[in-house]
Design a protein around this ligand. Sequence first.
Ligand SMILES: *Cc1c(COP(=O)(O)O)cnc(C)c1O
Length: 339
Amino acid sequence: MGELDWPNLPFGYIKTDYNIRCYYRDGAWGELEVSESETVNLHMASTCLHYGQEAFEGLKAFRGKDGKIRIFRLDENAKRLQSSCDGIMMAKMPIELFTEAVRKVVKLNERFIPPYESGSSLYIRPFLIGTSAQVGVSPAKEYLFMIFVTPVGPYFKGGFKTSPVVILRQYDRAAPLGTGIYKVGGNYAASLVAGEKAHELGYAAVLYLDAKEKKYLDECGPANFFAIKNNTYITPISTSILPSITNNSLMKLAEEMGLKVERRQITTEELETFEEAGQCGTAAVISPISKVDDLDENNSFVIAKDGMPGPICTRLYQKLRAIQYGDEPDNYGWVTVLE
Ligand SMILES: *Cc1c(COP(=O)(O)O)cnc(C)c1O
């Protein structure tokens, strides 16, 4: 390959050398297989194509100043995939097999891990699909687990900055007792119309409300929501939010910085009281929110008065990135160093 333009990579697909595959047949997972092919051969009646039996994960590997490769919260991603599999009745990938597969695919594609200075990283996308033929609605008997990796650029190319989000009451992403707590493709299909509409209107994301009462904040499409006020980190509690591993990590770091942490319902009225707010997830770590526009109610909640990321969001962002790149000690055992 010609040298990639590391600092300017998009968040998109770039072909790498290898991917990993593992098949579940006759009630058991097989061996990890290494493939150079970018395509899969599927039965046209596979359950993933008709009934949405698909779950995925997203995590990153980073190259440190010391040249070492670090994978962030590998075990948590393994566990969350298992939870997603339970949620839509798919065979579960054993934790050890998952972690072995991630290590292997990262190692095999080592030359695609961006250098430390670029601020870029290697995005890892494990996913699991139902592959056996089924016409009546029921879970597949066979599954395919795969992982591909792709180098991605820093989320903030021109530096850490804020962006606006929007409340659109005519759309829901997930139902209160539905699949919102699982990382499944179906939730994303359900969010595409609202997401595209938000982008057309100039917003970075939709801030969803709870689907039942339309009263409480839920999450932002592909990222969790949190806010800061009175030295407190506040994030919604709900039965339709995906448990973000970034959010979980930020809560720990906020506590460590002396903030109080609250997981509770947040009403839309409370928006005007926030000193800072952000979206959080693997892609950006934190994407600070400038304002929340509630178009239906003709309301605009300006959160970042000067349009700049607030001091606590900035500290949390820098701290988490420093742990990921190995610039600061990994006090919680979040990082897997690849030898
Ligand atoms: C993946 C995801 C997130 C972020 O989770 P992280 O583990 O922090 O990357 C948030 N919301 C939804 C709906 C997601 O799918």
